[in-house]
Design a protein around this ligand. Sequence first.
Ligand SMILES: [Zn+2]
Ligand SMILES: [Zn+2]
Length: 233
Amino acid sequence: MRRGISYSHCGIFASYAEQGPIISWVADHRRHHAYADRGGDPHSPWRFGTSARALAKGFWHAHMGWLFQREQTNATRFAPDLLADPDIQRVNRWFPALTAVSLLAPAVAGGLITWSWWGALTAFFWAGLVRVAVLHHVTWSVNSICHMIGDRPFTARDKSANFWPLALLSMGESWHNSHHADPTCARHGVQRGQIDISARLIRIFEKLGWATKVRWPRPERLARRLKTAARTS
Ligand SMILES: [Zn+2]
Ligand SMILES: [Zn+2]
């Protein structure tokens, strides 16, 4: 029997994205789903109200403000399974080292390929700093824009929305209304023509035997969650 990629392997690659140690990332994410757009959500743009001023403040808070004034999510409550896993604990502790690798590896590669300090510096800038900055803004946009603007074809308890302009850059994450309607489903772009690169990648991993027990969209589940009047914004 072939073994799938373990959570800890995924955690190592996820840590290269530099979005925090895996246990707090997962705890924040689960808390977001548990309380989306209600009190307790770590990053809802609706936190301060619905006036233009409150939404401007809320946008900033959901986009990146919450990272600076955050109360720590209780990992014992939201991620006890990860806390109980020694491999995940190790990946969690490695986060600073993995961050360093993620920033320095492109610099080393650039330096070796061009055999120059200038190559190392420009690779560090573009493949290190700029990559991380762009990635973060895309992720943060899912938290801010995708809880404010877009189509809401599915019933969800929150304000999550599908925002097509971010579909490619976010690799499918911006089909966020679908994600909140069915969070354990591996494909977010579940409607016709919705590109979802992450789902494609998971499918390839599944074919290779690296990903197992993947939950794909089921027509009857989708139909149950679909609104009869197909859109609001
Ligand atoms: Zn989610
Ligand atoms: Zn969300």
